[in-house]
Design a protein around this ligand. Structure first.
Ligand code: HPA
Length: 246
């Protein structure tokens, strides 16, 4: 089996339980990924780790070079990618620290480079994106969470917003009417690019906050990061479990 690729999100720029073997600076035809790819071992198995926002969490969602990140993992021979993401909770049960493995996406992003298929084509390519995530990997995540006794939502529609600002309360109401359960800024075009390169890609989302207008508390990055730190501890354990089952 090929190595597992892990894309870290907000709150997961490092994997404390990762034994680092080396860091590799990768150039791709699409420019540089968010940082060097870390080759390491998690629970004794080889993994590749790449933090989406850079190791110092300096790259905002709309500036991430999604193509370079996905290409770098594919080029390294990865077949399975787990993308960790911090999200806001829209549906009533999507409360802070909740783990979610989304099964659908609505894309509200704009002006992001969102395909590998745009130049030098023999013919125009439209991938089938009816099921945006890899079902086999989704099920692995869900089963491993159950084995650890973690509560996890096994379905959910992810709203991908442009950012970097958080949403208005009215926008969140609209996303809810559209059928969205959670909201984040990085799910797209990442998922579509992974599908274009035939990767088995699933998202592991951690609710960091109630979405805009759903809480009395003001939404600040400090608060989001504080909620995230305990959710991400579960993510680390879950990733170590999943990798032994793959
Ligand atoms: N909205 C968008 N992205 C997010 C949020 C949110 O409320 N929380 C964490 N990432």
């Amino acid at each position: 089996m090929s190595e597992l690729g892990i894309i870290g999100g907000t709150g997961l720029t490092t994997l404390a339980n990762l034994e680092i073997i080396n860091r590799e600076i990768v150039q791709t035809p699409y420019g540089e990924p968010s940082g060097p790819v870390t080759h390491g071992k998690l629970a004794g198995k080889k993994v590749l780790f790449l933090p989406r926002h850079g190791y110092g969490h300096t790259i905002p969602p709309h500036k991430v070079n999604y193509r370079a990140n996905i290409w770098a993992l594919k080029d390294a021979g990865v077949e399975n990618v787990i993308a960790v993401a911090a999200v806001g909770g829209i549906r009533a049960d999507m409360v802070p620290e909740r783990l979610v493995v989304p099964d659908q996406i609505v894309d509200y992003t704009w002006s992001r480079v969102n395909t590998f298929f745009e130049e030098g084509l023999n013919h125009v390519t439209h991938i089938d994106f009816s099921e945006p995530y890899c079902e086999a990997l989704r099920q692995r995540l869900i089963q491993s969470a159950h084995a650890l006794g973690f509560e996890i939502s096994d379905k959910g529609t992810y709203a991908a917003t442009q950012g970097p600002r958080l949403e208005t309360a009215a926008e969140i109401n609209r996303l809810e009417r559209d059928g969205c359960d959670i909201v984040g800024m990085t799910g797209m075009p990442e998922a579509a690019l992974a599908k274009e390169l035939d990767l088995c890609y699933a998202s592991l989302a951690v609710v960091a906050n109630l979405a805009a207008g759903r809480s009395e508390e003001a939404l600040t990055m400090e608060r989001i990061e504080a909620y995230l730190s305990s959710g991400m501890q579960k993510v680390r354990e879950l990733l170590a479990k999943v990798i032994t089952e793959l």
